[in-house]
Unconditional design. Structure first.
Ligand code: GLY
Ligand code: MN
Ligand code: MN
Length: 434
């Protein structure tokens, strides 16, 4: 991502924070995995969105209209020994020269410097309740300023959630963001195709996971956007199955929900295909139904359409199909009203997609479903999961789990399926698995 993109974001944020106010946001922390070993560091998405700064122990401050500089970055000072053991880090100079901060200070001096920056400000914007330590410090600093009001200094009177402004910004993706999403998706597509081509009975779920991750890393994307779900047979009915350790059986389906992350942007894609490359009769019928529901949902993706329309379309198609196949019995309308489909379709159609796999942004505004706008990216992922012990349906359906998930960009003209490179129809899947 180019520097000017971060600059633009900061300017937009500051125009909304407004003069005489201040915004504060902290980086993610490193987390211990065990003893001397940390988990791979992943920057906080909000912090990265505004700074592009990929280190822990940092905090950004935005003060619109401040003459000596509006953007202040607290970070770790450059340390030769740290550079030798752990590698490059920006230091105070890098913070201003490479990351566009107007001013930088050591993070260790935060408690000495930040209270001064809060003086005479009206509102403090920050992500409340996310970091108990920061919450505590901010209260402490404000209390400290209040104790000095007799010397003519005023303390901020209002704490405001920064997330509200920031997440509305993040919800609409810029062309540069869409490019990163597309790269994450294209690499994930390679992984899904490789998985289809290298799948056969007798292999283990984790081996297929390995095939996916091979493509991700081989293409330079070393992080998955979320733990991969590689679920053979009835494991697909466990929505967040990540054990991935069962053997794959001839005649079963395999559901793979996996995506790579590219420069903090997530792909989120699911395909379901037969372990042996050929759908059985029952599998074909249910698979086509899920696919029909997905295509019907996509038809509802357009500018100004309420977000829930796609979900409602999927419910309509799935319920009708379940009745036709005999898995549900009754009047379509009543079954929908009573949510009878929820035994087999218990999640919603999808979610916003971006830096976080379940990305930020409200789904309702003033209790009404929000309408779609160009630049929003969302997943469309209907599924059917027939519990293995579901005695109300014929045995042939039991233990089948199917989800088809694509990543979709809302455009002025309608929508664009960013993940369309991956085989999805029955014919396409059977062909690629030949
Ligand atoms: N992979 C998580 C989801 O599909 O929502
Ligand atoms: Mn998914
Ligand atoms: Mn998803």
């Amino acid at each position: 991502m180019i520097a000017s993109e971060f600059n633009k974001r900061r300017e937009l944020l500051m125009s909304q924070v407004g003069k005489d106010n201040i915004a504060i946001i902290a980086s993610a922390d490193t987390r211990t995995r065990n003893r001397d070993v940390d988990y791979p560091f992943r920057q906080d998405s909000d912090f990265y969105y505004l700074t592009g700064f990929n280190e822990a122990d940092a905090l950004a401050v935005f003060i619109p209209g401040r003459e000596q500089g509006e953007y202040i970055l607290f970070c770790q000072e450059f340390d030769e020994k740290k550079a030798l053991w752990e590698g490059a880090h920006a230091g105070l100079e890098g913070a201003t020269q490479e990351y566009g901060a107007d001013d930088s200070f050591p993070i260790d001096d935060l408690s000495d410097i930040l209270p001064g920056l809060l003086e005479n400000k009206n509102k403090v914007f920050y992500p409340m309740g996310r970091d108990p330590e920061l919450d505590h410090h901010i209260m402490e600093w404000i209390t400290h300023i209040r104790s000095q009001t007799r010397s003519g200094i005023s303390a901020p009177g209002e704490l405001v959630s920064l997330e509200h402004i920031l997440h509305e910004m993040r919800l609409i993706k810029s062309p540069a963001e869409i490019k990163l999403l597309q790269t994450a998706i294209d690499v994930s597509a390679k992984g899904h195709i490789r998985a289809m081509q290298r799948c056969h009975s007798g292999r283990y779920e984790y081996q297929i996971e390995g095939e996916m991750i091979h493509e991700f890393i081989d293409n330079g994307l070393r992080a998955v956007a979320y733990p991969s779900i590689v679920a053979g047979g009835e494991n697909a009915c466990v929505l967040h199955y990540t054990e991935n350790k069962a053997i794959l059986n001839d005649g079963d389906l395999l559901l793979i929900d996996a995506g790579a992350e590219c420069d903090h942007y997530a792909a989120d894609i699911t395909r379901t295909f037969p372990v042996n490359g050929i759908f059985s009769g029952a599998q074909k019928l249910l698979y086509q139904l899920v696919l029909d529901a997905q295509l019907a949902a996509m038809q509802e993706i357009k500018v100004n359409a309420p977000w829930n329309k796609a979900h409602e379309a999927s419910v309509q198609v799935l319920t009708e199909g379940l009745v036709e196949l005999g898995l549900l019995v009754g009047e379509i309308e009543t079954l929908i009203e009573d949510e009878a489909y929820k035994i087999f379709y218990m999640h919603r159609i999808g979610h916003w997609l971006g830096m976080d796999v379940h990305d930020v942004g409200d789904y309702k505004i003033n209790e009404e479903w929000r309408v779609l706008e160009a630049g929003m990216v969302l997943t469309i992922e209907p599924g059917l999961y027939i519990p293995v012990d579901c005695s109300s349906v014929d045995e042939k359906w039991r233990g089948i789990g199917i989800r088809i998930e694509d990543d979709v960009l809302v455009t002025e003209q309608g929508y664009q399926v960013l993940s369309q490179a991956i085989p999805k129809t029955i014919a396409e899947i059977e062909a690629v698995m030949q």
